[in-house]
Design a protein around this ligand. Structure first.
Ligand SMILES: Cc1cc2nc3c(=O)[nH]c(=O)nc-3n(C[C@H](O)[C@H](O)[C@H](O)COP(=O)(O)O)c2cc1C
Length: 172
């Protein structure tokens, strides 16, 4: 929404957080706290959807959790909310984090400045996904919008991760 304040990340910004296996925050670095606008006690133990922005389609998170459950790492563009009603876009990487006995310790996320030309394109796709979700029942919405996104990716003739590489290489 145009009246919301956008925080643009700089090249040197790295936002880090860790969660337990249920997605509750166990660690946040200082830059995370500064950009999201929360003090450490407000974050620790809270579900990571605390910073979820309402413009994010549920299909993206469905894909994120599906990817992590396959023991794979997720890459993607995410619009997050700040505590004062603003927002910031990130290029996120989320990985499962294993203990030495190979049991799941939790998840680890590192986010950095996105290519803002890519954000413009992704924002258009996410808007369409929200429209698709609004026409479905709550339980079908994430799958329906993600199927649509998969179709867009197919039309580009590449995989999801290849598309991200292309997008990150766009001229800003
Ligand atoms: C390590 C990790 C980092 C995450 N980072 C974000 C994030 O920056 N923004 C976000 O909206 N969701 C993030 N999520 C996903 C949330 O846990 C949640 O699935 C999402 O906000 C959607 O909310 P919901 O699952 O309640 O629908 C992250 C999950 C994990 C495991």
């Amino acid at each position: 929404m145009s009246h919301e304040r956008e925080v643009k990340l700089s090249e040197s910004d790295i936002i880090v957080s860790k969660t337990d296996p249920k997605g509750r925050i166990t660690y946040a670095n200082r830059r995370f706290m500064q950009i999201a606008g929360y003090a450490e006690p407000e974050l620790l133990g809270k579900p990571h959807n605390l910073i979820r922005h309402k413009d994010m389609p549920r299909g993206v998170f469905r894909f994120l959790w599906h990817t992590l459950q396959q023991k794979e790492e997720f890459f993607g563009y995410v619009k997050n909310a700040t505590s004062d009603g603003g927002f910031y876009w990130v290029f996120a990487n989320i990985t499962p984090d294993y203990k030495t006995d190979s049991s799941l310790a939790g998840y680890f996320s590192v986010r950095r400045r996105p290519n803002y030309a890519a954000v413009k394109q992704v924002n258009e796709w996410y808007k369409k996904m929200l429209v698709i979700e609004s026409k479905e029942t709550a339980s079908r919405a994430p799958e329906a919008s993600f199927l649509w996104l998969k179709e867009q990716i197919k039309q580009q003739g590449c995989s999801y991760n290849e598309l991200l590489t292309r997008l990150e290489g766009l001229e800003e």
